[in-house]
Design a protein around this ligand. Structure first.
Ligand SMILES: *[C@@H]1O[C@H](CO)[C@@H](O)[C@H](O)[C@H]1NC(C)=O
Ligand SMILES: *[C@@H]1O[C@H](CO)[C@@H](O)[C@H](O)[C@H]1NC(C)=O
Ligand SMILES: *[C@@H]1O[C@H](CO)[C@@H](O)[C@H](O)[C@H]1NC(C)=O
Ligand SMILES: *[C@@H]1O[C@H](CO)[C@@H](O)[C@H](O)[C@H]1NC(C)=O
Ligand SMILES: *[C@@H]1O[C@H](CO)[C@@H](O)[C@H](O)[C@H]1NC(C)=O
Ligand SMILES: *[C@@H]1O[C@H](CO)[C@@H](O)[C@H](O)[C@H]1NC(C)=O
Ligand SMILES: *[C@@H]1O[C@H](CO)[C@@H](O)[C@H](O)[C@H]1NC(C)=O
Ligand SMILES: *[C@@H]1O[C@H](CO)[C@@H](O)[C@H](O)[C@H]1NC(C)=O
Length: 799
């Protein structure tokens, strides 16, 4: 009986609040009239937002409290009493009337109707339609065509090129005032269309162009499996809309541009949980428009923002750039030369502003490149659609602005650059070969010549060949005075290094690789060619190689000032490098390592980074050496399942030394050790202190925890330093030597952290902080050989 009563009430209630009215009916504020959509999802009626007294006609979720308004009719024309009336005229126009029957607001319509009806649909769309017409596309008018600040499922943003109609979002002025505020979100149809948020007319941020899967500046969209997105670009329209993956679910969701200019997505799974924000953009400082100026990319780490010129570009105004004013951006280091230009691939990018770009969705990447190459003013190209392996073509014709790098979900961008100047050309090799002939060492010369011929046949194309000069053995023998011990510079993990002087007077360093690499000739040469392509001002330059029987040698540029350990651990020489120089060296090493890890094409893990492998040129610029060698030697050796661990105690991360696991994070660990050694002028391994048996890491950690970190500094530094800089370096170093690899930052973060002044996370306990837990016990149980006086080891570990 009771149920029947409730049921009757329900029926009656529903009857009172229908979903539609015709021209002889009205919605009166005074009577509390509303329309409720068929299954009761949305309601349209009069309301006052926040603490405003004004009355507005709006649409809100029927059963959601507090009231969440998704659309407002008279945004800019509030009624100031409760006598407002909404009528639909016989022609099909919606009119909002005040108590004197004058129009406060009215709808537009494309045509007149025979039998107009106003209906609120369950999608939240308020439509005026003709009679029993059910297709909302044929509606005379619909609220979905005039979005306010909210995009509901099925609502479109974009532009109709035929009618010129634009659908965009604009924020409320305040919670009490729904009139349009400063921020708007729209699909900018210029060039290749992109979703942008503007503040007034000014670009605030770009979510960017649609790449077939998501917006280029919104890589996290892909995580949200709850929704499906549709982006259309035809000659008639450009539009974006989204739907719930499962329209039957009780999940509610809406996308809003809020009063602070954020695009925010909310979801509401149950009344208890209420609205939960699940996405917001801008995500960080890098998302704001063109923070970095032209040809620079933006990176963030722990709320810290830094711009970096792209490889091959330099700050337009170095002074502003150093002061973290990035607005003037970067310029090319070498000018373009049109016909001889090349394109460099940049991975993981948010594509630059496309408002002046051109596109062709049916072109392949190869055609795209050709088109860009042919037009000298084309600065870059990319696939316009990255789903299904990539298709379509996007071309840029002006400066590239508003880019950033993502660790995941970014896109490939190909930027025009001048071809690098050829280094050692064929000419030089020719001179060397002829001089060999003259000195009568015809036999060896012939041997080498035949070998080169052979290699040419087996190896890649002629172009590859030209990149790598092959020195003949005779030249090297002569240059190093037959590898005389006087010319020996040192002994590295992969063999001795000799100084040499070529006939023309150029000084070189020759690394005579130990014979155990077990690598075939072709593989070896391919490796060398690859490594020779790594070019960075903080890497030692590989000039060429020499192959003769079992002998394999690498020829490098010679570094006048030898290696860093030669300076920082020497009581007199260390006075030559003041704090500024040391800082310059630290930053240089970080940049070189970053290049190896992620900016070069090879992604090299160094595996034996130590102060002895940091060389100094005549201006005391640091250059990392021995990179890429681990790569050559990494192959399985002797037995199929043994792996060679190369490295140096004191610099090896725990996971590498103990388990042989290496990753870029093992290099980060070594980098941290180097930084502490540079700051303290002491070696990590062999460090001793009267109070404890910690090594340098442990000692620094103790001081850090006691807030006495400055005491770790080399006393030779006098007052030449800046306290904040030293503390920052120590802080970064401690982050690098944390025990767990996943806690350590990657090198791009390290470069950022060194360059900025924002706050950093607290470091956790370092790995290997006492002498006692050095891995000697573990290592000695497996077979290992000591190449030199106990410093460099290479271990063969069973796996
Ligand atoms: C609005 O509709 C009501 C009927 O519900 C009618 O009495 C009134 O005249 C209409 N007002 C106008 C201006 O059309
Ligand atoms: C109706 O159309 C006119 C001009 O076409 C436009 O200025 C006005 O904003 C439109 N009104 C609404 C409510 O969209
Ligand atoms: C609308 O209703 C009329 C009769 O009332 C009918 O003849 C007509 O076919 C209907 N139209 C649609 C689109 O259902
Ligand atoms: C992108 O490519 C996919 C697969 O080829 C295609 O289905 C999709 O429609 C394309 N998207 C756009 C926006 O062109
Ligand atoms: C807008 O959204 C951002 C990001 O979610 C939030 O931090 C901010 O408080 C919001 N502003 C307003 C006025 O709601
Ligand atoms: C940054 O540099 C530009 C000139 O390139 C200048 O106009 C601007 O005021 C500078 N901004 C700051 C915050 O110094
Ligand atoms: C787009 O590229 C295709 C393939 O190269 C070409 O056939 C077509 O003409 C191009 N369309 C336009 C508008 O340039
Ligand atoms: C290069 O492209 C630009 C932009 O589309 C165009 O204005 C210019 O005429 C083109 N130049 C050549 C040589 O095709």
């Amino acid at each position: 009986m009771l149920f029947a009563c409730i049921f009757m009430l329900f029926i009656y209630g529903n009857f009172a609040a229908t979903d539609s009215i015709s021209p002889d009916q009205s919605i009166r504020d005074r009577d509390g009239d509303t329309l409720v959509s068929a299954v009761g999802a949305f309601e349209v009626g009069f309301f006052s937002p926040g603490n405003s007294k004004g009355r507005y006609l709006g649409i809100w979720y029927k059963n959601v409290s507090p009231r969440t308004v998704v659309w407002v009719a008279n945004r800019e024309a509030p009624l100031n009493n409760h006598f407002g009336v909404l009528n639909v005229t016989h022609e099909g126009t919606l009119v909002l009337l005040d108590e004197r029957n004058s129009r406060v607001w009215s709808s537009n319509k494309s045509r007149t109707a025979q039998n107009p009806v106003l209906q609120l649909l369950d999608s939240g769309n308020l439509v005026v339609k003709d009679g029993n017409e059910t297709d909302s596309e044929k509606a005379l008018w619909q609220s979905f065509d005039y979005p306010c600040d909210t995009l509901l499922p099925g609502m479109k943003l974009g532009k109709n090129f035929v009618t010129g109609q634009v659908r965009s979002l604009s924020t409320w002025k305040s919670p009490n005032n729904p009139s349009p505020g400063q921020f708007s979100a729209s699909i900018d149809p210029q060039g290749f269309p992109q979703l942008v948020v503007r503040e007034g007319h000014k670009m605030h941020f770009r979510v960017g162009s649609w790449n077939g899967l998501r917006f280029t500046g919104s890589p996290e969209l892909k995580e949200l499996r709850l929704f499906k997105y549709e982006f259309q670009l035809t000659k008639n329209e450009v539009s974006y809309e989204w739907e719930l993956q499962n329209p039957q679910s009780s999940l509610l969701s809406r996308l809003v541009v809020n009063q602070s200019g954020f695009l925010q997505r909310f979801a509401r799974a149950t009344p208890l949980l209420g609205w939960t924000p699940i996405y917001a953009a801008p995500l960080d400082q890098c998302d704001y428009y063109a923070v970095c100026g032209a040809y620079a990319s933006c990176r963030t780490f722990n709320s810290l923002t830094v711009c970096a010129c792209l490889d091959g570009f330099e700050p337009k105004s170095p002074k502003e750039w150093r002061a973290s004013n990035w607005s003037s951006g970067c310029v090319r280091k070498s000018n373009l030369d049109c016909r001889n230009d090349d394109f460099q691939r940049f991975r993981g990018f948010k594509l630059p502003d496309t408002s002046n770009s051109q596109f062709n969705t049916s072109m392949s990447l190869t055609e795209c490149r050709e088109n860009c190459f042919r037009n000298c003013s084309c600065t870059a190209y990319a696939n316009s659609n990255i789903s299904n392996g990539g298709s379509g073509c996007l071309l840029w014709f002006d400066e590239l602005v508003d880019m950033r790098e993502y660790t995941e979900g970014g896109q490939d961008l190909y930027i025009r650059k001048a071809k690098p100047k050829p280094g050692y050309g064929k000419k030089q090799v020719a001179i060397i070969v002829s001089s060999v002939m003259l000195t009568g060492m015809v036999f060896i010369g012939l041997l080498c010549y035949i070998r080169i011929k052979k290699l040419r046949k087996q190896g890649g194309g002629e172009n590859e060949e030209m990149d790598l000069p092959i020195f003949d053995l005779a030249t090297i023998v002569k240059a190093t005075d037959n590898f005389s011990s006087d010319n020996k510079l040192g002994q590295g993990g992969f063999g001795p290094v000799y100084k040499g002087t070529l006939a023309e007077g150029q000084e070189i360093a020759v690394k005579r690789l130990s014979k155990s690499s077990g690598q075939g000739m072709v593989e070896f040469k391919n490796e060398v060619i690859l490594i020779a392509k790594l070019q960075h001002r903080n890497l030692v330059k590989l000039l060429g190689c020499c192959i003769q029987g079992d002998e394999k040698m690498l020829i490098y540029e010679y570094m006048t000032n030898k290696s860093l350990d030669y300076f920082i651990f020497d009581q007199t020489k260390k006075t030559l490098i003041d704090w500024q120089r040391r800082m310059h060296i630290i930053v240089g090493i970080a940049r070189g390592l970053l290049y190896l890890h992620q900016d070069s094409r090879l992604r090299i893990i160094h595996r034996d980074l130590k102060v002895g492998n940091v060389l100094l040129d005549k201006d005391m610029n640091p250059k990392i050496s021995d990179f890429g060698l681990a790569r050559m030697f990494q192959g399985d050796q002797i037995e199929a399942n043994t792996n060679r661990v190369v490295g140096t105690y004191g610099y090896m991360s725990p996971e590498y030394a103990v388990d042989g696991h290496f990753s870029i994070k093992s290099d980060v660990f070594s980098f941290g050790v180097i930084v502490l050694e540079i700051i303290s002028g002491k070696k990590n391994r062999g460090f001793c202190h009267p109070d404890h048996n910690h090594n340098l890491l442990g000692h620094t950690w103790r001081l850090w925890m006691e807030e006495r970190a400055l005491e770790v500094m080399d006393t030779m530094l006098g007052d030449s330093y800046t306290v904040s800089e030293v503390l920052r370096c120590i802080h970064v170093a401690l982050l690098c030597v944390q025990k767990r690899p996943e806690d350590r930052p990657d090198m791009s973060s390290v470069v950022l952290m060194l360059a900025s002044e924002n706050s950093l996370p607290q470091p956790k306990l370092p790995g290997f902080y006492t002498e006692r837990n050095l891995p000697e016990e573990e290592a000695s149980s497996s077979q290992h050989e000591r190449v030199s006086n106990g410093v460099t080891i290479s271990t063969l570990q069973g796996r």
